[in-house]
Write a protein that binds this ligand. Sequence first.
Ligand code: DGY
Length: 319
Amino acid sequence: MDKCKVIITGRVLPSVLELIQKHCQVYQWEQTRSPLLSDITEWLNDAEGLFVTMNMPVNEQLLTLAPKLRVIVQEAVGYDNIDVPACTRRRIPFCNTPGVLVETTADLAFGLLLTAARRIHEGWEWVRAGNWQNGTQFPLGVDLYNKTLGIVGMGSIGSAVAKRGQACGMKVIYHNRKRLPVQDSFQAEYRGFDELLTEADFIVVLTPLTAETRGMFGAKEFARMKPTAYFVNAARGAVVDTEALYNALASKQIAYAALDVTDPEPLPGDHPLLQLPNILVVPHIGSATTETRIRMGMLAAENLLLGLDGRPLVTCVNP
Ligand code: DGY
């Protein structure tokens, strides 16, 4: 019997590829950059399954070129790159990988906060540059203890970050579209968005990118923050107006930013943000550990095979 044809839009771990190849004929995009639609057009005509990596956009244009598609899976929890209503109109189930990357992403978000506050990355560069021997003094950082951590987007990852903050003696406040029942809020106190901006010493953004959250942090919001505020984005780059963030950092309207995600992404090496002294940027590595990437890849592969078999997906986004 012919194997189902499946496209994988980037590299995946060998165990994940092996599982898919056991059941499917795989067309895989192997370059490190995300493919353009034109790179995979030829494969789309025959594809019955699509395994999305690297946030490749899945929109009407792609779906029109793929008349045989029966299932789409994405190895990520965020899915702002997927036109879910368009998938639903074509009765194509779509699934992401929630749950399996919560603690890993929380580690990275909190790690960015701690690294920026204590200037760990700058200390390493300073030692490597031979400054320790010269007796020059390393600039002081700031404490987490007794400070207020403001979490914007208190879902499962936000809650995991809240626990890390509490373990460091921080008071935690949060803002969400919906206020959480007390028993689900991990002793974090709810605040209106403006209140959180003015009260928090550290702001960690973990909200999904939607029409409502796009550009949520602009000039007005940075102006409300304390001049000593640290701003961490581990959500999606486009939640923040990049130019406004640049201006806020350059004019010292806020103290520091630490970003796992940027807009644009990837951030070009000569981008003005990277010239600033008060910023730390890492290349979207929130879920990038071996254990978690195996869990994400296996969950996505399992859903792909279920979908090809016409069975319900484990983590289906569309009804
Ligand atoms: C996600 O899963 O959405 C993360 O951003 C990927 O690292």
